[in-house]
Design a binder for this molecule. Structure first.
Ligand code: GLA
Length: 400
């Protein structure tokens, strides 16, 4: 089966066109519902979610759209516009958990996990189109999971509480796509609100919407279009190194359950006894949690200069201590932060490729684009793609 492709030109999904394509694909029929499930950009709080820490994502204007109508019997037919491929899933036998990360695994994973959680699904025809870049950084997979889940539930007339739905979608990704991700992406896709970032406590799952006062600034996403295969094996390795850190600190204090319970002072005090790699990973996580809370304060005060400094500090920590950056991400951050009117920039998402998020004044977007053209695209074989976004709304039904 074909693998997801990376689109090279900026496309924007037109919802009306999605409805037309649905008719072309499914014998002239009209969809009953249209779901929009956004991508996300994590502003700060990277590799903290699986350490019970804090994250601060926004939903993006780029989104995955799913048009849906009742199907025949217990069959789900799903068509991907990007891949021009239709797959069929039997709800009575969605197949075993896998790990191949083909798009069908996300669709059948969501169906299987909803069913095993006790929800009743009916057959459905789905058409999926998306302008969330595939391949790292903006969480196209969570957008697909949430979009499909909402479409299937909507057509089946069943309801799931939002937090539970986020957990079910994450379970689908863990078990059916074999990606051991944390809870940030699915929560962001479902719970974000327009003009607000989502401060999520990944331990308690409590969240707060934080008004993002942009005062004539915006978020620019630089998609390096790079995805190093390394990332797949390094992500579980980082989780393991964090667990090693937890084990170490638990010997001293039985209350330590996760790196969330470890302070920067504790890490500093034990630097010489800890394995240097584990110490560096712990240092990143415990300081990153602090940076998230400081960034929330700075956003609340409208202090974008301070937010920018925290973004850059986060990038440096991810690069030097967590070691999940790569040459392309570092170079994009360097070029961006050299542009007048840019407050700060950092890699966003799991790393080893994917995207950089930049906080910039609106009038800096043009010079930033030019700088990327001149100083990044001429050096790296794959040209970067630039997207602009404000903090958008989380997933929901759209009028047809
Ligand atoms: C990926 C995962 C998230 C999170 C980030 C790193 O995007 O899907 O759960 O762990 O990496 O912050």
């Amino acid at each position: 089966m074909a693998r997801p492709i990376i689109r090279r030109t900026a496309i924007v999904v037109n919802p009306r066109r999605v409805v037309q394509q649905f008719a072309q694909c499914f014998d002239g029929s009209t969809p009953e519902l249209l779901v929009r499930a956004p991508g996300r950009v994590n502003l700060i709080g990277e590799h903290t979610d699986y350490n019970d820490g804090f994250v601060l994502p926004i939903a993006t204007e780029q989104a995955t759209w799913v048009a849906v109508a009742p199907g025949q019997g217990r069959a789900v037919r799903a068509h991907s516009v990007a891949l021009n491929e239709t797959v069929r899933i039997d709800l009575d036998n969605p197949g075993p958990p896998g790990g191949s990360q083909r798009w069908v695994d996300y669709v059948r994973g969501v169906a299987a996990c909803l069913i095993s959680s006790g929800y009743r699904l009916a057959g459905a025809d789905l058409l999926v189109d998306s302008d969330v870049p595939v391949g790292g950084g903006m969480s196209s997979s969570a957008a697909l999971e949430v979009g499909v889940a909402k479409a299937l539930l909507g057509i089946s007339g069943d309801m799931v509480e939002t937090v539970e739905l986020a957990l079910i979608c994450r379970q689908a990704e863990n078990r059916y796509a074999g990606v051991p991700c944390g809870i940030m992406d699915q929560f962001a896709c479902l719970l974000c609100r327009k003009d607000e970032a989502l401060l999520l406590d990944c331990r308690t799952q409590h969240y707060e919407h934080v008004r993002v006062q942009l005062q004539g600034a915006c978020f620019v996403v630089i998609d390096t279009q790079v995805k190093h295969a390394l990332g797949r094996s390094e992500y579980p390795l980082r989780q393991q190194q964090c667990r090693q850190g937890v084990e170490y600190f638990r010997q001293m204090d039985r209350k330590v359950q996760a790196l969330r319970d470890v302070s920067p002072e504790m890490v500093s005090r034990h630097l010489s006894q800890l394995d240097p790699v584990v110490a560096a990973r712990c240092h990143h996580v415990v300081t990153e949690n602090q940076r998230v809370l400081l960034a929330v304060d700075a956003f609340k005060k409208g202090d974008l200069g301070q937010v920018g400094k925290l973004l850059l500090a986060s990038h440096e920590s991810l690069r030097d201590r967590y070691e999940v950056s790569c040459a392309e991400l570092d170079s994009a951050v360097e070029v961006a932060t050299g542009v007048e009117g840019v407050y700060g920039a950092r890699m966003t998402g799991g790393g080893f490729g994917g995207c950089v998020v930049v906080l910039a004044r609106e009038d800096a977007v043009k010079p930033l684009t030019e700088a990327i053209e001149k100083r990044y695209n001429r050096v790296h074989p794959k040209p970067a793609r630039i997207l602009k976004t404000l903090a958008a709304a989380g997933a929901g039904l759209e009028t047809l």
